[in-house]
Design a binder for this molecule. Sequence first.
Ligand code: SF4
Length: 346
Amino acid sequence: MTAKSLFLCGFSEFQKTLADLEMPAFRAKQVRDWIFRKFVFSFDEMTNLSLPDREKLKKAFPKILPPVEKYLQDRDGTSKVVVKLGDGELIEAVAIPDEDSLTFCLSTQVGCAVGCVFCRTGEMGFKRNLSSDEIVLQVMLLVKRTGKKPTNIVFMGMGEPFFNRAALFEAIDVLTDPQGLGLATRRITISTSGVIEGIAELMDRPGEVNLAVSLHAADNATRTSLVPLNKRYPVAKLREAIAAYGERTSRRVTLEVVLLKNFNDQVQDAMNLVSFCEGLLVHVNIVRFNHFPGSPYDPSNEKDEKEFRKILKKAGVAVTVRKSRGQEILAACGQLAGKSDDQEKK
Ligand code: SF4
């Protein structure tokens, strides 16, 4: 048994491991209370454990959490953790506090193969999938950093979550395990660039995990130029998958739309979106484009954005604008790139 499996093994498996180490049965609950309720990640600080048992645990689980390359803090309260994985790859996860919420934004891959033109992660290309353990570890590192359990989890960090479904769903099972952090499934959102198989698998799973789809444009030509994956999952097919999901789950799907100046923010684009939404259980979330070094795109101007929203509202489409957070530390949507500070400067 290694540190890797400490978060992944369920309670009974953990009990068995401790029994193999000749520890009393109640130790399992004590250790998990320290980790998941008191957010203590050092066996030395688990003061109700005997010294010999602490030593045994240290040997069995040499590192509860992996080393952190960097913590960055934005003036708006957003913090970003850059984690160095076992093979030296870097990933990023973000904690976004608000008045009465704390949202953790998690990565599911190192890099991303989808290559959305407005996304810094897409520029990196795909390196590899994260394991379920590496996904859960991001949460625990942010819990350690903030001293709090998140109210919401969003899979909107690096990578396309539905291209790593096995690890994604296992991580969700771990995070929602009542014997662990016990997060509510309805507080978890998976954001996809439109992977239809993933939408189908999600709607067949138990629980109430939310779905967000990065739509950005409702016509094939514009969408393909923004999200190249649209060639594989064109707009009509994606719409069918969203309709099926809504019918099966009765849950409202969020359609994310990043508005880029003179690209997808004109009247015709809004009207195409209205037609797409007709008859669907959806809500449109307009996301302000977050500029990153080297990007040729600009955010939509205020007048065009307002007009865009007006057209949607007039047609009865529910629409909100997402607040952008963490821009100073490149932690905002589309800005994550798995780089340490030194690399950022290059
Ligand atoms: S927006 Fe998401 S799916 Fe698109 S390239 Fe970036 S990480 Fe990948």
